[in-house]
Every structure is written in structure tokens, then in C-alpha cells.
Design a protein around this ligand. Structure first.
Ligand code: FE2
Ligand code: FE2
Length: 180
């Protein structure tokens, strides 16, 4: 029984958005593209808030990490506090993105987008390759079963199929609007 498969699938969509956001940020060196970046930045922020944070990070923080924070589950060092720290750091970058959008400060927007992207890429790498395998090894079948029930509740509450559809479509639209 695997409890990190869906989370890894969610990582893939997050990484796709991050890659595209980096391409938007890089292309904004050109003045016309900076106009497009200002126009589209909010779409990236909505994805990050609704999908990466409310949906994915909430599943980790409210469900998976709680099961891992029980003595005996993680045999080596416990990476959960570091992961939580990185979620909060990511939220800081997003809040800076929102501010720079309000004040129309291109440099600050581009820098915070890039910093968010670097942080999340490293964070996802650590989860996929260190934390999640530790979870699969350390959790009992009983814990995994109730964990999966917790995910199902969150998936229902946030209407997961609709959310996937909406953000797959938005990705396609954002990709076709990138003028490079
Ligand atoms: Fe995470
Ligand atoms: Fe994650």
C-alpha cells in the first residue's frame, strides 16, 4: 500500500508550473514580456495558493507529517521540521510576489518567483527521494489506511477532480500565452 503516490503526482504538476513560471520570469527581461508577466503572474499565484499550498501542502502538513511525527516511524533524523520551515519560506516568497504585483515592481516579482522556484524544486526533490520513501518504509499498514482516508476527505472537500481539470487547462493556456 503506497501513501505518497498521489503526492508525487501533485509534485509533477507543481514542477510543470514552476518551470513555466521561470520561463515567464526570464523572458520578462524584454519589455513587452514584462507586460505579459504582470498580466499572468496572478494566475501562477492562484495555482500556488490553491493547488500547491491549500491542497498539496495542507495534505502534507495536516495529514502525512502528523503520522510521521510519531516516535518510531522515522528511524533516522526527522526531516519534518525542515520541510515545514521550507513551506513557510515558500509562503514568504509568495507574499512578496503579491506585494510586488500590487506595487508593480518587476525586479522584486522576478526575484521572488525565481527564489520560490529554486526552493520548491529542492524541496520536492528531498520529499520524493528522502522523506516519502522513509514514510513508505516506516508507516504501519493501519496508519497508511487511515492516512488514505484523510486524503480522501481532503480530496472531496476541495473537489480534487475539478481542481486538476482547472489547473491542467490553465497550464495549457499559460504555456500558449508565453511569447518567446
Ligand atoms: Fe512539502
Ligand atoms: Fe510536497
Amino acid at each position: 500500500m503506497l501513501v505518497t503516490e498521489n503526492l508525487m503526482k501533485e509534485h509533477q504538476l507543481i514542477l510543470k508550473y514552476i518551470g513555466l513560471m521561470e520561463r515567464y520570469a526570464e523572458s520578462a527581461l524584454n519589455e513587452f514580456n514584462s507586460f505579459i508577466l504582470f498580466e499572468k503572474a496572478n494566475d501562477f499565484i492562484v495555482f500556488i495558493d490553491d493547488f500547491a499550498d491549500d491542497f498539496h501542502h495542507a495534505k502534507e502538513e495536516d495529514i502525512l507529517f502528523r503520522y510521521l511525527d510519531v516516535p518510531g516511524v522515522l528511524t533516522h533524523c526527522n526531516p519534518v521540521p525542515q520541510m515545514l520551515l521550507e513551506h513557510n519560506k515558500a509562503r514568504e516568497f509568495v507574499s512578496n510576489m503579491k506585494n510586488s504585483l500590487r506595487t508593480k515592481t518587476l525586479n522584486e516579482l522576478v526575484v521572488n518567483m525565481s527564489q520560490y522556484a529554486s526552493l520548491l524544486k529542492e524541496h520536492i526533490y528531498k520529499e520524493d527521494n528522502i522523506l516519502y520513501p522513509m514514510a513508505e518504509r516506516g508507516l504501519s499498514d493501519e496508519a497508511k489506511l487511515s492516512l488514505l482516508k484523510g486524503y480522501a476527505t481532503t480530496d472531496n472537500r476541495l473537489n480534487s477532480p475539478d481542481m486538476w481539470c482547472k489547473f491542467e487547462a490553465l497550464y495549457t493556456e499559460l504555456e500558449s500565452s508565453l511569447n518567446v
